[in-house]
Write a protein that binds this ligand. Structure first.
Ligand code: FAD
Length: 483
């Protein structure tokens, strides 16, 4: 009997190190690569606007790579199970392969699909392509999941990070031309009206773009990663996060590339930098791990004490000022504008901007997480949830609530000459370095010389940093009494 295999691409939009594709090619005489657009199945977390832009281009790139190997991507839209059942009937498929996703709504959907289709005699196989380890493989001695990063990271290191990625197949065979496919355009993923020029100039979605970024990082940035990763103006981190989210590159491939380089380079300072970078990659792993083991944290605090915390109801004007980079606090505004224009924000600035919202303004972290979800090209339920809960103080391994980022001091420490702030806020660019992070405190003559009137050219701060800090600490003290 001829074996026909469907390979269901989801967030594994690459040909190399793709175990589902590899298995299909090994076990089947004919392989049909498919993509089913079903955002409604992602629960409350259907892709936001920036992610849809990325997805559009990533699907195009995947289709082009498949065509280079004699195949193509069949794109469909609709409920996944019904679409798969229809495809099985149409093609006579005997096998279905996919790489796993770990978000709660999707694991639930996928297990149902597996059960249903296996019940109808189809061979269904799923694989790990997105993580270094499956979340259920790394547990404490008592069988419970880790809740703190450092012991988790040590457990990963003890196991040894896996690093034997699979190569890309040379050929995938037939073009499956009898199957009708939608065009990527028909999925209507691109914004209307078009606002995506900033995204275009910064990113190249797809497997090739991912490898270019990894190579650039390894050649030019890895050696100074520890010193510069916190400096937003330096652009010293890998910016691989959107490529990782869409599975255009795998963590295994990244580990392999970094470890390969480290061999024989012990004296160059590379080892320390490589380890620091791999530790960040392990934070990504930890984020997925936590979301898998504690699925409620996508909406609820990880720390149950915070269920009693009273957040302030967001005032639309202030919330909008934060979203659009008009808070009057330069490092926050620069970050929020970087996000708006490019779909990305530097990690340090994400923490500062999130702290202003969740601590100084005391707005619910979920409000900020929603905005990031819509605007980040790397919007990822696990990473975003972990990041927001960490900053808000209610997450696993979180920054304690009393540690409230002072955005002026953070700006002065990590952007001492205001290079990052000036890049995104040209209207205050003429201020001397001394006042660039707190223009509202600049003497009148300094403001005059720089041609700035606060409230006219640049807003006054939407929140008093000192008073709001005291208020947040008081709220925290109230929370303590609840125990
Ligand atoms: P690098 O420094 O080059 O790190 C390499 C990889 O490690 C990253 O690509 C990323 O996959 C992972 N990583 C690095 N730092 C973290 C971290 N703190 N937590 C989890 N993974 C990490 N990351 C997302 O991928 N998606 C999100 O939606 C997201 N939302 C965030 C929201 C907030 C409020 C905060 C504080 C952080 C968030 N992060 C998120 C984590 C982090 O900011 C980004 O992963 C990082 O900025 C990506 O840049 P990079 O690829 O240059 O990182």
């Amino acid at each position: 009997m001829k074996h026909i295999g469907l390979v269901w691409f989801r967030r594994d939009l690459r040909l190399t190190d793709n175990p589902a594709l590899e298995a299909a090619l090994e076990r089947c005489d004919r392989v049909i690569p498919i993509y089913i657009h079903a955002p409604q199945e992602e629960g409350d977390w259907a892709p936001g606007a920036a992610s849809r832009w990325w997805l559009h281009h990533s699907l195009e790139a995947l289709d082009a790579s498949l065509r280079e190997r004699g195949s193509r991507l069949t794109i469909l839209e609709g409920e996944s199970l019904a679409t798969l059942q229809h495809l099985v009937e149409r093609t006579g498929a005997t096998h279905l392969f996919w790489n796993r996703l770990y978000e709660p709504a999707l694991t639930e959907r996928d297990s149902k699909i597996k059960q249903q289709l296996q019940g109808h005699g189809l061979t269904v196989e799923s694989f790990n392509a997105a993580l270094l380890f499956e979340p259920w493989q790394v547990l404490k001695d008592n069988g419970e999941p880790y809740r703190v990063f450092t012991p988790y990271w040590k457990a990963l290191q003890r196991r040894g990070l896996p690093q034997i990625p699979l190569p890309a197949p040379k050929s995938i065979g037939t073009t499956n031309s009898e199957l009708q496919s939608l065009t990527v355009d028909a999925l209507n993923l691109l914004p209307v009206p078009r606002w995506d020029s900033g995204l275009h100039s910064r990113w190249e979605p797809g497997e090739r773009g991912a490898w270019q970024r990894l190579e650039l990082f390894i050649d030019d940035r890895l050696l100074s990663y520890i010193d510069e990763r916190d400096i937003p103006a330096a652009e010293a981190s890998s910016t691989l996060s959107p490529h990782l989210h869409f599975g255009e590159i795998s963590p295994r491939q990244i580990v392999a590339a970094v470890e390969q380089l480290s061999i024989g380079n012990a004296s160059t300072g590379l080892i320390g930098n490589a380890e620091a970078f791999l530790r960040e990659l392990a934070w990504r792993e930890f984020a997925h791990y936590l979301l898998f083991h504690f699925p409620h944290t996508q909406a609820q605090p990880f720390n149950p004490r915070f269920e009693h915390f009273t957040w302030a109801p967001p005032e639309p004007k202030r919330l909008q000022a934060w979203q659009r980079g008009r808070t009057g606090i330069p490092i926050v505004d620069a970050g929020m504008r970087e996000l708006w224009h490019t779909g990305f924000m530097h990690n340090r600035v994400r923490m500062i901007a999130a702290s202003l919202l969740s601590k100084n303004l005391l707005y619910p972290w979920q409000e900020g997480a929603r905005w990031f979800w819509d605007t980040l090209v790397d919007a990822d339920l696990a990473g975003n949830t972990l990041g927001w809960q960490w900053v808000a103080g209610c997450g696993a391994d979180a920054a304690p609530f009393f540690r409230i980022f002072n955005p002026v001091l953070q700006g002065q420490k990590f952007d001492p000459q205001g290079r990052y702030v000036r890049r995104w806020l040209p209207e205050i660019g003429a201020l001397p370095d001394r006042y660039i992070h707190h223009p509202w405190q600049a003497p009148a003559e300094v403001l005059h010389q720089a041609g700035i009137t606060i409230g006219r050219h640049y807003p006054a701060p939407i929140v008093d940093l000192k008073l709001s800090r005291t208020r947040a600490l008081e709220r925290h003290a109230e929370l303590k009494h609840l125990n």
